[in-house]
Design a protein. Structure first.
Length: 521
């Protein structure tokens, strides 16, 4: 005969449709189990019932005493579990716990530029709203810190178009003078994939930086991140030479402070249903208090962006994204914005990413659909499964020269044809010791035209052109004299900013890493 509808309803209400054993909310995936089976004389009463999920019901109801595996649920144990859970539900109003929600879609977003961050803080969601009916920004302790970073960066550097990642500190006549000035100087291996564009580096600390760098409002704010200065900043020595604009330096070397770019991480919560919902709370693993969410009617396919974390060394892992293959939106011009999906980035090294102390680690969302309240788990932040809102700089520079030694190891040497953007000219150099191949590589948004390339006055190459990503490899011997006649033509107007050296170091580091990695393989 089984339980009557009234008994079943009373039991399910008493447990709030949660399993009395595992305590998971199971909705319609519940069964009311007889503690004493009808075949053994058990009655169809509320006292003889216990609501269980499918899994726990299978364990409790189908245990084979003749072939025992594990430990059987006893009737007293089930009664105790049921009664204690009924009492808990009576005293604590519960939300329905959903494994998969029909209402909510969660997505992680990351961006690396101050320009887009400033737009989003000012509620300009131009790069996102094409994919959402409307986007809202939730304010919290993380967004407050972002606003402060933007304000102080603007105060010190007078623009927030890009993060200022290189600050000029002082001039030196030689590396020896630099080494005399500081104790912990380290010469840079030019074949490395970290700082091949520079000559030497040293470690720093916040106390010395804040006393020597002026203005330092922005530096002072990032010193509150909880990240050590030598993880966030590095002093780098750059060998001066003629620039693309024709300036000739007075000193042989310039010391720069390289500041790691900050990445800004959001949780996007989208109403994926056809009816309006209200977001209530964000449950976090690293915070005993819940984070309050904007409590208004979120219409279908509208999204709330929740700032959750800041990090360094995240953009390095994402810097080699092929925008042409993942770009969902692209706006042309000297600058570009895209909204990109990053999936299975195999070279991502999670241990290198360092987060600011102010961080929200969401694990669940509580919301309601104006009928019931629900809770849904959130997947952890994963760099291999996120969306990147990018603003990247289309900058024309010069072609780059790399050297290959007899062991096949590559190292960066210098730029070529520095003065000859959109006009013909020539460049010369002597092949260094222990070098048996040279590579002329185009790494940026431009075309390099090599009219003629001479080795010891003998023409080796004529009328070659290199687009971005292309290279020319030439066999040479130590002390050979090389002359190149040609020019380069940027695709867009060069935008010279404070992070020019950092940008070039990034693309050269990538070229070194890829070549040396393939050579070792």
């Amino acid at each position: 005969m089984g339980f009557s509808p009234e008994v079943r309803q009373k039991a399910l209400i008493a447990t709030a449709r949660h399993c009395c054993v595992c305590h998971r909310y199971k909705g319609i995936k519940m069964e009311v189990h007889h503690l004493i089976q009808e075949a053994d004389g058990g009655l169809n009463t509320f006292e003889n019932s216990i609501p269980l999920c499918f899994d726990c019901h299978s364990d409790a109801g189908h245990y084979n005493d003749r072939h025992p595996k594990g430990t059987k649920f006893s009737i007293p144990e089930l009664i105790s579990a049921r009664d204690s859970w009924y009492e808990f539900v009576k005293k604590n109003p519960l939300t329905h716990k959903l494994i998969i929600s029909e209402h909510i879609q969660t997505t992680y977003f990351v961006l690396h530029t101050f320009e887009i961050l400033q737009s989003i803080i000012n509620n300009d969601f131009a790069s996102i709203n094409k994919y959402r009916n409307r986007t809202y920004l939730s304010s919290n302790i993380v967004s407050d810190q972002w606003s402060e970073l933007l304000s102080l960066h603007l105060k010190d550097y007078h623009n927030n178009i890009e993060q200022t990642t290189s600050i000029e500190l002082r001039q030196f006549n030689s590396i020896e003078e630099y080494k005399m000035h500081y104790e912990n100087v380290e010469l840079i291996d030019k074949s490395s994939d970290e700082f091949p564009y520079y000559e030497a580096k040293r470690k720093v600390n916040w106390t010395n930086l804040l006393s020597s760098v002026k203005p330092n409002s922005f530096l002072n704010e990032i010193s509150k991140s909880g990240i050590d200065a030598d993880k966030f900043c590095t002093s780098l020595l750059y060998k001066n030479g003629p620039s693309c604009a024709g300036e000739r330096p007075e000193f042989g070397y310039t010391e720069y402070l390289s500041i790691a770019p900050v990445s800004f991480i959001f949780l996007g919560i989208t109403n994926a249903s056809k009816k309006q919902i209200k977001l209530n709370w964000l449950k976090c693993s690293n915070n005993p208090d819940r984070v309050k969410l904007p409590n208004f009617n979120l219409l279908p396919y509208e999204m709330v962006l929740v700032p959750i974390a800041s990090a360094i060394n995240l953009s390095k892992n994402l810097s080699n994204i092929n925008n042409s293959s993942i770009c969902l939106e692209h706006k042309g011009g000297d600058r570009a914005i895209d909204f990109s999906r990053v999936i299975d980035k195999l070279d991502f090294v999670e241990k290198n990413v360092i987060f600011f102390e102010n961080k929200i680690t969401p694990i669940a969302i509580t919301y309601n659909d104006n009928e019931s309240e629900y809770e849904i788990d959130i997947h952890e932040f994963d760099c291999n499964n996120l969306y990147s809102i990018n603003s990247y700089w289309q900058c024309g520079s010069c072609p780059h020269l790399f050297l290959i030694n007899k062991l096949g190891r590559q190292e960066y040497h210098r730029e070529l044809l520095v003065f000859y953007s959109n006009k013909k000219g020539f460049d010369t150099f002597e092949v260094p010791h222990d070098t048996y191949q040279i590579i002329i590589r185009e790494l940026e948004d431009e075309i390099t035209f090599i009219d003629k390339l001479y080795v010891n006055n003998k023409i080796m190459v004529e009328f070659a052109s290199l687009a971005k990503g292309e290279e020319l490899i030439i066999d040479v011997n130590p002390l050979d004299k090389v002359k190149i006649e040609g020019s380069y033509e940027p695709f867009s107007k060069t935008d010279k900013r404070n992070n020019d050296l950092w940008y070039r170091n990034q693309i050269i580091s990538t070229a070194n890493k890829v070549y040396n990695g393939l050579n070792q393989g």
